[in-house]
Design a protein around this ligand. Structure first.
Ligand SMILES: *Cc1c(COP(=O)(O)O)cnc(C)c1O
Length: 427
């Protein structure tokens, strides 16, 4: 029955269904551990013969309810919540890619993801090749090696805001026989479900729209259950795991093999666990996600159109604008809206940009996106400052670029604030 629910209903109802006299609202199970009656029950837990909660590092009922909800909303078979979006990206890769192996990714990435791929994964012996998302399928294939284990991309690149050509990337991943892992943070499952477009694994920084109120840092990985791990490339998925008496993940867990292994191996050993309280916040945020994403998208489109007609603005980058190079892809993959983030170039460059940011009153200067409150940022001097200028340009960041994350306030108030700040920036 649940399978037939639309996403607005899943957002409210999925993941937790109380029995008589139990709390109507998902409780915060702020407990590290859980009580059992028999040694046999505990043995079953440790042998992975039973999915009851064991220890909050590996699973917690509040977190499980949020995971079940988000898995349904994305159309996956299971999910694993993490302590941050960075942890979700890291675990999504480490689960199938080891020292001596290789990742292919697009260049247009969130700054933290770029840094993880360019600096930290190589230190662990995992090499990463970056490809232009506009490259042809043949050029993307050239980046592959025999030891490549996944293809990575963002549905909407942050902060370049290019929409991923799923058809092209899914076809390349399929031909090269590796999973396509997608960071779907900006659209959320309300605006786009990458699993329906050929992705195998989806991850989010739940810190952004899923929380939606800037209260908690978190992440989640969702397994589509569609990838055939038994293709000779993923020994840790098919060969015995000596840390669990030699069990084989694909044999024991079938389509859930990837997400179970991420939990019982990586979360057990690396411990990037969300707190039950934060899982409660993400679950609460998810309840209103469809409504908020609709308003974020409407407001951002209105701001983009307003800026496009404004004399103090040299360019506007929003995938929902007809002038955007990704517009055809937006219509194909984001028909309900292009989310709340846009960038624009201010006349007067870097200095005007800084004055604009400092003149905003309603729109706050914060290092964040996806909040119900509107936010402004100059990435070149903040989130992307640790990258060289060439790396910045490869990520789509120019010196005059201002990023706005449009909130769900009344559009008239947002536009009035932008207009007065633009006027101040040109003085
Ligand atoms: C913020 C963000 C991340 C990292 O998430 P954290 O929760 O901050 O660790 C990853 N990808 C995208 C697209 C993001 O916006």
């Amino acid at each position: 029955m649940k399978k037939n629910w639309k996403i607005e209903t899943q957002a409210i109802q999925s993941g937790y269904s109380p029995k008589a006299t139990e709390p109507r609202v998902l409780p915060i199970m702020q407990s590290t551990t859980f009580k059992y009656e028999s040694a046999d029950h505990v043995a079953q837990l440790f042998d992975l013969d039973c999915a009851d909660p064991m220890y909050t590092r590996i699973g917690n009922p509040t977190t499980s309810a949020f995971e079940a909800k988000i898995a349904e909303m994305e159309g996956g078979v299971g999910a694993l919540a993490t302590s941050s979006g960075q942890a979700a990206t890291t675990l999504s890769i480490l689960n199938i890619c080891h020292a001596g192996e290789h990742v292919v990714t697009t260049t247009t990435l969130y700054g933290g993801t770029y840094s993880l791929f360019a600096n930290t994964l190589p230190k662990l012996g995992i090499e990463v090749s970056f490809v232009d998302p506009n490259a042809s399928a043949d050029e993307i294939k050239k980046a592959f090696r025999p030891e490549t284990r996944c293809l990575f991309g963002e549905t909407i690149g942050n902060p370049g805001l290019n929409v991923l050509d799923f058809e092209k990337f899914a076809a390349v991943a399929k031909e090269m026989d590796v999973p396509l892992i997608i960071d779907n943070t900006f659209p959320t499952p309300f605006l786009c479900r990458p699993l329906e477009h050929g992705a195998n694994i989806v991850m989010h920084s739940t810190t952004k729209y899923i929380d939606g109120h800037a209260t908690s840092v978190g992440g989640v990985i969702i397994d589509g259950g569609t990838f055939n791990w038994d293709n000779g490339k993923f020994a840790t998925m098919t060969e015995p795991d000596s840390s669990y008496h030699g069990l084989k993940y694909i044999e024991k867990f079938g389509e859930m093999a990837y997400i179970v292994k991420a939990r019982v191996q990586l979360m057990r050993d690396l411990g990037a666990t969300p707190s039950p309280f934060n899982s409660f916040m993400f679950n609460l945020g998810a309840e209103t996600l469809p409504l908020r994403m609709e308003r974020h998208s409407q407001n951002a489109l209105a701001v983009a159109k307003h800026l496009e007609a404004h004399p103090s603005v040299s360019w506007v980058n929003y995938p929902g604008l007809e002038s955007h190079p990704s517009y055809a892809l937006t219509q194909k993959y984001l028909p309900k809206g292009a989310s709340g983030v846009l960038t624009f170039g201010i006349k007067g460059g870097r200095d005007a940009g800084i004055t604009f940011m400092e003149s905003c009153q309603l729109i706050a200067l914060v290092v964040h996106v996806g909040d119900a409150r509107s936010c402004v940022l100059h990435p070149g001097s903040t989130t992307h400052r640790q990258l060289s200028e060439a790396q910045q340009v490869a990520c789509g960041v120019s010196p005059d670029l201002i990023r706005l994350s449009i909130g769900i306030e009344n559009i008239d108030d947002i536009l009035a604030d932008i207009d007065q700040a633009l006027a101040a920036s040109q003085e």
